[in-house]
Design a protein around this ligand. Sequence first.
Ligand SMILES: Nc1ncnc2c1ncn2[C@@H]1O[C@H](COP(=O)(O)OP(=O)(O)OP(=O)(O)O)[C@@H](O)[C@H]1O
Ligand SMILES: [Mg+2]
Length: 365
Amino acid sequence: MAFSFSSLFSKEVKSVLGVDIGTSSIKIVQLRREKGRVVLETYGAIALGPYADIEVGRATALPAEKIAEALKDVIREANVTTADAAISIPYSSSLVSIVTLPASVEKQLATVMPLEARKYIPVPINEVLLDWFVISGGEGEKNASPTGKIEVLLVAIHNDTITKFRSIASTANLELGFFEIEVFSAARAALDHGIAPVAVVDMGAATTKFYVVERGVIHESHIISHGSQDLTLAAGRALGITVAEAEQRKRKFGLTGDIATAGIANLKQSLELSLGIVLSELSRTIAAYEAAKNQSLGALVLTGGGATLKGMKEFAQKSIQTEIRLADPFSKTQAPAFLEEILREAGPEFSVAVGLALRRLQEIG
Ligand SMILES: Nc1ncnc2c1ncn2[C@@H]1O[C@H](COP(=O)(O)OP(=O)(O)OP(=O)(O)O)[C@@H](O)[C@H]1O
Ligand SMILES: [Mg+2]
């Protein structure tokens, strides 16, 4: 899928590209700033399945060259006009932990964190890139650290991952502004500035990622080992159709099943059954979080391609108490009015790519 309307806008240089390399597809979004507004110039997605000789919608594990080939293809199809890019790093290639330390070491984190990280990171420290932010109790806060403790978010990414993503970027002729772990990009694009803790639920192909965000900081994360491809595989088996056919029907009908075509009732039943497994694990995750923190979540924001399943929100709301919203990242951008509905529907799939491009725009000011 690709759509371009950059020709509608006058040519100007400051365009940026957000690149989200997922396990099942690559998503890209090109934005630029114009008179203080963020303008959507083009966007596109390309399935990686065909580059791995498997079906569209399934998770892949491709070498850098194949990913770069797909990235070049989608850049061409979407008529991207900038090389200034930011790329997300998969959450699974990173290690994110919250480290509690005495407030007295806040000024020495540069020396303390690499030592501290050894306790949390299962590989030698010189094999990872480390980053950290103080998330609570720091000096910037009022009543800094009544407990004498600070909480520091520690992020580690393996050097091999960095090398792989750098090589993908350079093969695709992109100039890399930064890498960011997808969690942070998705949160930026999918959330408004609320106070209450909100969970972002990113339903990808093989997994569903859950993270709690409070005052802009990620506080908790959890991976559910079921994703949207499980719905397709189960529907294929239940209906006795190929995976490719099941994927097409899943995308076309979703949970609506409102068309009296043979087999549609079964499709709905099968999808609801598989989705039920993801939702009950999600409920358990929410309950565990709320019990541990003794605090309710304000809302769940659904994102990722799996969240675009027709009827998803209504169905999920039946079994989950917390208010459910669908991510609408394109609402943070300006686009022609006739695209509004398409962008709202496709939005969840593009949260990470939009979040990356938004940060890059801010950086180049
Ligand atoms: N219209 C749709 N209806 C239902 N499911 C859809 C639709 N479009 C895409 N999907 C599903 O969304 C999944 C892919 O979502 P997404 O692109 O967010 O995953 P990813 O980023 O590649 O995966 P991950 O984040 O886990 O690496 C696929 O399994 C696909 O079948
Ligand atoms: Mg993804």
